[in-house]
Design a protein around this ligand. Structure first.
Ligand code: SF4
Ligand code: SF4
Length: 159
């Protein structure tokens, strides 16, 4: 995946091979999986501590990788989504450094204001409150002020 994310540090990518999902199953609740008729923020019926249909899980489950797992977010297991409370997912937009920040529980973004502000100096963050994506917030660096402003106008129109 091409992603011009300057927040990425070489050192964090070296940690890539050490990272494992372990006991985290946060994305099994957060992401939507069309093949399973699974809505976002709904626990998958196949999740029971781990995936019960691991060998037969659909493609979106096989290919999903959050930015902590891929090594693009620095930090140890305390930054793993099940502990941190936020799943960071890079946008498909390869022109802008956009990160979707999905809350895994209500208030997780408020608990991680410092980290989000740090990331927002380098990338545009879409913060998606738990179960209420229509209340999204956008943070980002001054150089993207116009883009962010347009996003906020669009968001306001959707509310
Ligand atoms: S949220 Fe990330 S670390 Fe957690 S299970 Fe999904 S891919 Fe693995
Ligand atoms: S099928 Fe397995 S990997 Fe996919 S969401 Fe359900 S529990 Fe998670």
């Amino acid at each position: 995946m091409s992603f011009p994310l300057t927040v990425i540090k070489e050192q964090s990518l070296k940690n890539r091979t050490n990272r494992q999902c372990g006991t985290c199953t946060a994305c099994c609740t957060i992401i939507g999986v069309k093949e399973l008729n699974k809505e976002r923020w709904t626990k998958c019926v196949h999740e029971a501590g781990c995936c019960q249909i691991y060998e037969d899980r659909p493609l979106p489950c096989r290919t999903f990788e959050c930015m902590w797992l891929s090594g693009h977010i620095e930090g140890d297991e305390r930054r793993r989504p099940d502990t941190l409370g936020i799943i960071f997912v890079p946008s498909d937009n390869d022109k802008l450094p956009i990160i979707a920040c999905w809350e895994c529980f209500p208030g997780a973004a408020d608990k991680n204001v410092h980290l989000l502000k740090q990331l927002a100096t380098k990338a545009i963050l879409y913060i998606l409150p738990f179960g209420e994506p229509q209340k999204w917030k956008v943070l980002g660096p001054a150089c993207y002020r116009e883009t962010i402003q347009n996003m906020l106008v669009k968001a306001a129109q959707l509310h």
